[in-house]
Design a binder for this molecule. Structure first.
Ligand code: MN
Length: 194
């Protein structure tokens, strides 16, 4: 699984970088990820963390999901997805990521199922202006960092927040926590994704 992810990511990153006409130097300064690391990722030799994937997505102004896998097959407007078949665990991360509905320009959002293993904590940098996250806890309990404080959410709890400012997720419990995250990209920056 991890190997397939690395290979897809490597090809995709190289393609996106070439589409932008960016050198590795330029890509490094735009994403904040070292040139050496970007080179390793492009060759499929590195298993980047989700934090690194987010930096790459942000620097290139692309959605996270398109770095993970191709668009799902659609049959007459219908797409079936099953999280059990989609979960990836990026390297050295205590987080599992399932891109349930990858970003699609027609709809302007991407939707993930995310699983936080016990002890996971991450503060996320601000996304692009206008990006809004919808977090819905489907199993266990977790904390979400919004407006400068940690908010506890139990199964069934949900929060929507402006994600163009710092935010975060953590699981201080002994069991894992699972949530759906619907990330909406405003129509203003929508066309940059695709
Ligand atoms: Mn975020």
């Amino acid at each position: 699984m991890a190997k397939a992810l690395n290979q897809y990511l490597g090809k995709k990153l190289k393609l996106i970088r070439q589409d932008n006409g960016w050198s590795l130097d330029r890509a490094s300064s735009e994403t904040g990820v070292s040139k050496a690391m970007l080179g390793q990722i492009e060759r499929g030799e590195s298993s980047p963390t989700i934090a690194t994937l987010w930096k790459i997505a942000g620097g290139f102004h692309v959605s996270l999901s398109q770095l993970i896998e191709p668009h799902p097959v659609e049959d007459e407007g219908v797409v079936f997805r099953w999280a059990d078949n989609l979960r990836h665990q990026p390297a050295s991360d205590d987080m599992l990521v399932a891109p349930i509905f990858p970003y699609d320009d027609r709809y302007g959002f991407e939707m993930f199922e995310l699983t936080l293993l016990p002890g996971y904590e991450r503060l996320s940098e601000a996304h692009e202006t206008g990006v809004v996250e919808h977090v819905i806890v489907t199993g266990g309990k977790m904390d979400v960092f919004v407006n400068g404080e940690w908010l506890e959410l139990q199964e069934g709890g949900a929060v929507r927040f402006a994600a163009d400012r710092p935010h975060g997720y953590r699981n201080l419990n002994s069991g894992s926590a699972t949530f759906h995250n619907l990330i909406y990209y405003s129509s203003k920056n929508k066309t940059e994704f695709g």
